[in-house]
Design a protein around this ligand. Sequence first.
Ligand code: TYM
Length: 328
Amino acid sequence: MKRVLSGIQPSGQLTLGNYIGAMQNFVKLQETHQCFFMIVDLHAITLPQEPAALREQSEAVAALFLAAGIDPAQASVFMQSHVPEHAELGWIMTTASYMGELERMTQYKDKSAGKESIPAGLFVYPTLMAADILIYNADLVPVGDDQKQHLELTRDLAQRMNQRYDTELQVPDPYIPQTGARIMSLDDASKKMSKSNPNPASYIALLDEPDVIRKKISRATTDSGREVRYDPSEKPEISNLMAIYAHCANMQVSDVERAYEGQGYGAFKKDLAERVVEALEPLQARYHDIRQSGELHGILRKGAAEAREVASTTLRHIKDKMGFVLPQ
Ligand code: TYM
């Protein structure tokens, strides 16, 4: 069975962008692949986190994974920090990478822009991400478009390690949705929808109440004209809303286009709000059940044990090939 690994940072409210770009594919891939899905708490601390918020958000993301349909009987769900091999291989990957290639990472450039002192963790962030992936010898990594460059670096690092040390690391492929790989802000279609945007009207959080969702969608900016046509370069705002519609209603964008032929933005946006509410209401109900059930920590314990079995074997292989004296 081919392997899948992915992770989401517990650094704020998860949005519809995370759901469409990544989580929907997690749920799909667990049917056919051996899957590892983690809450990347070690990545979240590359920017300062308030301790109580980190703890709450980490549990919330774990519960959202399950609420979205990840089945712990099929996939391993765990906290990154519960598998200490990630941090150890992260260090090894840092030593295998070059300043120049890390300086070229657009996420690093965006997150460090305007900062007087740049946290070093932000700079080496992609080497820990490479470790996350390579430690499971993952074949596929379901992510949104913004993680493509990190995946390319991960592939380079795998090949470099294999050449330099004769390791047998799997070179992973990204798994990116055709539409919805980059869900944009509701107030500005030139920026991606992001949980770190200070304006909550710019994103739909997975735990937003139905009326909040309706309000945010009714206020979402739309292109001039009134035709509901999918054309991301000419009509980026309505195309973004159409991609959201398609993913929430389980349709193709071409079907959405056909369904709204001759109708204006108003009718489309009203229906879109209902499609999003219908998609998120059951997820929210499951989320609250899971958080109240007390089962979360047992699931995370089981997931971490499953993950550690694989991670420790790969780390041992790498260290052996590199010339570390293994404990005997
Ligand atoms: P993060 O936590 O920023 O986002 C989690 C996932 O959601 C996707 N995503 C989006 N997709 C479409 N439209 C959007 N507006 C949108 N916003 C976010 C992201 O592409 C991502 O797939 N570095 C990663 C976390 C990570 C990871 C890994 C991922 C750490 N280790 C190993 C895969 C494998 C990140 O910051 O994702």
